[in-house]
Design a binder for this molecule. Sequence first.
Ligand code: SF4
Length: 267
Amino acid sequence: MRKTIPIGVDTPQAAKGFTCPPSCWGTCCDDTVFLEPRDVVAIHEFADRHFARFAAHFAQRHVLVGLHQDGLAIMQAFITRGGTSRFLFFRNAVESELLGPPPHEERRSNLTGQPYYHTLLQYDHTAKKVAGCIFLTDRHTCFLEDVAIEAGEHRWTAKPEGCVLFPLVPMPSGPMKPLASPENAAPDSPNYALLEMYRERECCTQVTHENVVRQMSEAVAFATQAQASRTQALEHLQKTKMVELRMGFLQVFDRPVAGTANPRRRL
Ligand code: SF4
């Protein structure tokens, strides 16, 4: 049975007993989500601003980082090693053995030309099972939203664009359309598998061609503004840290442990 994922509520307290409305855009939370590099920058900058909150939460979480022999390779989501600390939130999609053999051109952003990233899946050691996106909380809220709300920031400050806009999905021709659009029902559509997976989840198909403007206007307005500001932050990083970026995009966000120095650190 579908879990309730109360992503669209105003306060974490209001999440209790919440049922999926059209304003819940979190249907993809029990899987990975693709991100533009600018989303990765936004999330890491957000994690840096709220470092203590993130460190405490993710020290208790584990992620699935790959496959090892016949089993799963599991690591702590927040690690400290060699004078630096690192959050294990993302993987480069063209290098991911979990998503099939590389490289796939469609896993590159047509805006930045850089590979997409995707969120890692968390692993629940007690239940011994994969437990959804690394940012999904035990209360089925999005941790990124919870922290933003607690801090008095816009609730989507660090939320991936794809999550903000879901169930709008990209069409091969360019524009985004509701998952419930007839084009996505065609078996040869790139979104067909997604629609099949979520077809019984009523909230995902309540956004239709007829009501999309009304239902999604807030999300589209936010995503448009966020695209501009997140792209600016990515471009700043590219201008100021190109050498470090070539050594590893995600490593740029490593943080020195108190009392040590990390020359790759940008923030
Ligand atoms: S980032 Fe948040 S909204 Fe997006 S899939 Fe993960 S938990 Fe869900």
